[in-house]
Design a protein around this ligand. Structure first.
Ligand SMILES: Cc1cc2nc3c(=O)[nH]c(=O)nc-3n(C[C@H](O)[C@H](O)[C@H](O)COP(=O)(O)OP(=O)(O)OC[C@H]3O[C@@H](n4cnc5c(N)ncnc54)[C@H](O)[C@@H]3O)c2cc1C
Length: 600
């Protein structure tokens, strides 16, 4: 059975020492987030994730969800109780607004807790994860009445939420949506259609499920310009907040799938269900994007989380399993063989995992801080800068974070050799669970196109210029310290490759959009490398200062310096190769006709 211990120490290092959130104490919510409170929340949430949720991960995968003949769905044994404990402890309310019963703490702290919960049990974490995305959409676009009716119980976790976009003929291209919303005399809409692949669409964890559904009104344009957003409760809610009649929405079936077996992936049938429009007619996609952006960061965190739990189990196996001898001679001559840990190729995989996981954790938490600053920073300029960086980094954390999260999970399975392939050991579950994160919330290729096609050119490249300046400044600041100079030089070089690739897109992407499409995924990966390089520079600089101060924990800080060096040596050089791939352009990629792909 795999084990999990929440990386509370590492999250505390990032939040309190690297990001130094104490400096924002005059912003709402941050005043309460003292270093002591951060430590307590991380320790307690970590304990809860490891002790209550993690033990249900493997059995939940083996049992899966069950749909009963009446259309009801039950989550695996133990999930309901574990979710109830989560609600009672208030873990879901951390970053939620106080106005609706939340604790109003900074998102940066909530993101750390989210990582722990996802690593402990991704399937279970998805039930409240989707709820918080639905809450974001209602907070921004819902009417005061809708907010008052739904938000308090969604914030508390008594009700959960879903997002309903996908239909059989409509995945990435939401313009193809067929679900109809017909206005009724009382101002509500009758929603009719079938949605597929709806995560947490039906289950027994909460007394009500609030579905957010994309649909088209009768005269709406038949494209993305004609999509509206509706709130459709499973059980209708009376004006006084009490539960009313069952709505005409039901789960037709649940999918049997590769991973996340503990999360019910449902076909949802809307048969004239009562729904209420959220925001303006035909502006539903913009409203749903609020939810999707929140969810994309959440999915990026899933990538980090699966990498981390797999990494932890890779480390413990490498320490215990004995095979062969160290290349330099027996490390433990008294034993018949040395632990796997002595082999450089095993070390390569472990260091790769460590450098990614800790770097990506820092990136995710920085993004959490940017969410906070984009709303709360003192000046309009600071808010805009945070929003620009967040918009740019969202596809990176989602796309690069989950591509690499999957790679790391696979590499850790590799360390377990044949035993990693055997289901009861749990390593193959991490690989299966990590795989979905590359697909949903916009497939990673689509994330890359969002980055290159939308985020780069927005406001004449304002966001990417800000990002370049942040990286350049960090490199310049680190150059004077000989413990950091080499790392800084290599990150600076990678940033140079990113600048060159950006310039190449400016010169060649407009003339032939296929050039942008063929290089976008590589670009997203260069940006992932530079972003993690930035994080490693920040962490290394903080560690160097802590070592100079001599306050203890020297081994932890020293490991940060060494891992930063590994990152610079082993990740940063890939930026050059990726840039050259981009400069190859689209010609050979697009040249062959479909027949040329046939092998028979
Ligand atoms: C387990 C699971 C849970 C899910 N949960 C939800 C949920 O809660 N709510 C919900 O609404 N949906 C959900 N989905 C649906 C998911 O978001 C979609 O599967 C995903 O968006 C891709 O759509 P598709 O499967 O139709 O693939 P398609 O759109 O058919 O795309 C297939 C592939 O083609 C490529 N592609 C497509 N279009 C483009 C393009 N324009 N540019 C470049 N490449 C492109 C991508 O690589 C993509 O992977 C879930 C899916 C699964 C499997």
């Amino acid at each position: 059975m795999p084990t999990y211990k929440a990386p509370a120490r590492d999250a505390r290092f990032i939040i309190n020492e690297v990001l130094r959130i104490e400096q924002y104490a005059d912003l709402p919510g941050f005043d309460a987030a003292t270093p002591d409170l951060v430590e307590t929340v991380l320790d307690e949430a970590g304990k809860f994730a490891a002790e209550v949720w993690a033990p249900l991960n493997l059995p939940g995968d083996q049992e899966g969800c069950t749909r009963h003949p009446d259309g009801s769905v039950t989550a695996p044994t133990g999930f309901k109780d574990a979710y109830q404990q989560y609600v009672e402890a208030g873990w879901g309310t951390l970053g939620m607004p106080a106005e609706f019963g939340g604790q109003g703490l900074p998102h940066v702290l909530g993101f750390a807790v989210e990582e722990f919960l996802c690593a402990a049990n991704q399937s279970l974490a998805m039930y409240p994860g989707l709820t918080s995305g639905a809450v974001s959409a209602l907070l921004t676009k819902g009417s005061a009445e809708q907010q008052a009716l739904y938000l308090p119980k969604m914030v508390s976790g008594e009700w959960t939420g879903t997002m309903n976009l996908t239909e059989p003929q409509c995945g990435t291209d939401l313009g193809l949506i067929r679900t109809r919303a017909v206005p009724q005399m009382d101002g509500s809409y009758a929603i009719t259609g079938t949605k597929i692949f709806i995560s947490a669409g039906e289950h027994d964890l909460s007394e009500n499920i609030i579905h957010l559904v994309l649909a088209k009104t009768p005269d709406a344009p038949d494209s993305t310009k004609g999509i509206s957003l509706f709130v459709v409760p499973k059980i209708l809610v009376n004006p006084d907040g009490s539960l009313g009649a069952r709505n005409a929405v039901s789960c037709g079936s649940i999918e049997h799938k590769m991973g996340i077996h503990g999360n019910a992936t449902c076909v949802m049938n809307y048969d004239g269900a009562t729904g209420y429009m959220v925001g303006e007619e035909n502006k539903g996609l913009a409203a749903m994007f609020i939810m999707m952006n929140a969810a994309r960061l959440g999915v990026g965190i899933q990538g980090v989380a699966q990498a981390d739990v797999a990494y932890q189990n890779g480390v413990s196996y490498a320490a215990e399993r004995r095979q062969g001898r160290a290349l330099t001679g027996p490390a433990e001559p008294g034993e018949k063989a040395d632990p796997l840990f002595v082999h450089p190729d095993v070390r390569r995989m472990l260091m790769d995992a460590k450098a990614f996981t800790e770097g990506a954790r820092a990136l995710a938490l920085w993004c959490g801080l940017l969410v906070d600053l984009s709303h709360l920073a003192a000046t309009e300029e600071e808010r805009q800068q945070a929003d620009d960086l967040l918009g740019l980094l969202t596809p990176v954390i989602k796309g690069y974070g989950t591509d690499k999260g999957y790679d790391v999970a696979t590499a850790m399975q590799q360390i377990w050799g044949g035993h990693g392939y055997i289901a009861e050991n749990g390593m193959e579950q991490f690989v299966r669970d990590a795989r979905i994160a590359m697909i949903y919330e916009g497939a990673n290729g689509v994330q890359a196109m969002d980055l290159v096609g939308r985020k780069l050119p927005a406001h004449m490249g304002r966001a990417i210029q800000t990002f370049f300046a942040v990286v350049d400044r960090e490199c310049a600041d680190a150059r004077g310290d000989n413990r950091l100079a080499d790392v800084a030089a290599k990150v600076e070089k990678a940033n140079g490759e990113l600048k060159a690739a950006t310039m190449w897109f400016m010169q060649n992407g407009m003339a032939n959009p296929n050039n942008a499409g063929a290089g976008a995924h590589h670009y997203m990966h260069i940006m992932g490398i530079v972003s993690l390089g930035l994080m490693w520079l920040r962490m290394a600089r903080t560690a160097a200062v802590a070592l100079d101060a001599g306050g203890g924990d020297a081994a932890y800080y020293q490991a940060k310096l060494t891992t930063a060096r590994f990152f610079a040596e082993r990740y940063a050089p890939d930026a050059g190769a990726l840039r050259r791939k981009i400069e190859g352009g689209a010609e050979a990629v697009m040249a062959l006709p479909l027949e040329a792909f046939a092998t028979a």
